[in-house]
Design a protein around this ligand. Structure first.
Ligand code: GLY
Ligand code: MN
Ligand code: MN
Length: 398
């Protein structure tokens, strides 16, 4: 990754006579327990708690990284921390200091008119903005650095896209392992474990979010994740899951027949959802909003649900489809987006679903799309979703 390029972009977006401080503590994002602050990682490639990143833009502009002082006794217990040379090499930052020097350094760079950027979460009394107000005083102009990071992170570069593709490929292997072991009588958490084993074995560095393995009626609940029910012959199971690779997320949903064969009714609903997904993929392009895509899907669903005699009036669609079809995706599964309209380089989910409790049918099919100059590219190609490929692959089970 070209971290130096990203760091320079931050400097460019900062106001003159300002500093930007990022602590690697992860209090301000949808935190995943195994990751440090993703903004810190995005700018440095470093994932070590408590390190501090300082940008200074005044008569001289530079970036400085503060790492742990070396404590050999502590390292006997918790492992070796980064050494300055390693930190330099990974982050591409030439100025490295120790965190106990940070406060005195910072005070040197401040004058009466310096603006201080921090990562702020609204209404957070423990924010670094408040911390600085208490320790440095209120007379500085405090700015929200999240806006800068959001702008950078909305549009993915080629290396980031490769990471998302890799996360998708690992997820594909995990789903194949599920298909090869899926059978009535297992618990949802048992079938989930086949995914866990396969993705870890194949290099996943984490999960994008807690796996949803929702069988039978559970599949009609959007974010069911207890995963404790027993799989019943004739039911469907909906998986919404993703491997993450170096913090980049795959976000995939697939729905499979537990016994290996869809019923005619399940097939009928499945095809409606799958064709809806294909319609959204054919429609997604720069200039549209995710709301536009959702409206396209709703207008497509309405006549199908009328034909199935599930609804009569248009407004009733919300009874069977009640979420959005797309969100931005990246280091966070629900990622930043600063623009209203889709732009090339944005990555979004494509996840239509229909949830029909009276038929015990919940179907969601989700892929990840890269917005290109004139449309989009599917980053989840190869992950089985056609009825015949699922049934054929499942027929290979032992
Ligand atoms: N897995 C959460 C989502 O699809 O948005
Ligand atoms: Mn999902
Ligand atoms: Mn999603």
């Amino acid at each position: 990754m070209n971290y130096q390029f990203r760091q320079n972009k931050v400097l460019n977006l900062m106001d003159n006579n300002s500093v930007f401080v990022i602590f690697n503590k992860r209090p301000f994002e949808e935190a995943k327990s195994y990751d440090c602050c993703r903004n810190f990682y995005y700018l440095t490639g470093i994932n070590e708690f408590d390190d501090i990143l300082l940008f200074v833009k005044s008569y001289k502009s530079f970036v400085k990284l503060y790492i742990h002082t070396i404590d050999l006794e502590e390292e006997r217990w918790t492992g070796q921390k980064l050494r300055p040379e390693e930190a330099k090499q990974i982050s591409q930052i030439t100025e490295i200091g120790y965190i106990n020097q940070f406060m005195s350094d910072l005070k040197e760079y401040l004058n009466d008119n310096t603006k201080i950027y921090t990562l702020v979460k609204e209404n957070d009394n423990y924010s670094y903005e408040n911390y600085f107000k208490r320790t440095l005083g209120f007379n500085y102009d405090y700015l929200n650095g999240n806006d800068i990071l959001k702008e950078l992170r909305t549009i993915k570069d080629d290396e980031e896209i490769n990471m998302i593709v890799k996360a998708n490929k690992i997820t594909d292997i995990g789903l194949d392992n599920i298909l090869l072991h899926l059978q009535p009588g297992l618990k949802e958490y048992q079938i989930e474990s086949y995914f866990d084993q396969a993705i870890k074995f194949n290099g996943a560095t984490g999960y994008s979010f807690n796996t949803i393995a929702a069988s039978g009626i559970n599949s009609t609940c959007l974010h069911y994740s207890a995963n404790t029910s027993t799989l019943v012959d004739g039911d469907l199971i909906l998986f919404d899951l993703g491997a993450s690779y170096k913090t980049y997320c795959a976000d995939i949903s697939r729905t499979y027949p537990i016994n290996g064969k869809f019923t005619e009714l399940q097939k009928r609903v499945y095809e409606i959802v799958l064709n809806g997904q294909k319609l959204i993929e054919a429609s997604a392009k720069p200039g549209l909003t995710t709301k536009d895509l959702n409206n396209i899907l709703i207008n497509y669903f309405i006549p199908h649900l009328q034909k199935l005699k599930l609804i009569t009036k248009k407004e009733e669609i919300r009874k069977y489809y009640f979420h959005g079809v797309s969100h931005h995706l990246g280091m966070d599964c629900h990622d930043f987006c600063v623009y209203d309209k889709l732009r090339p380089g944005a990555v979004i989910s494509n996840e239509p679903g229909l949830y029909i409790p009276e038929w015990k049918i919940g179907i969601r099919i989700e892929d990840d799309l890269l917005i290109t100059h004139n449309g989009c590219k599917n980053l989840s190609l190869g992950i089985k979703k056609e009825i015949n490929e699922i049934e054929e692959f499942m027929s290979k089970r032992g």
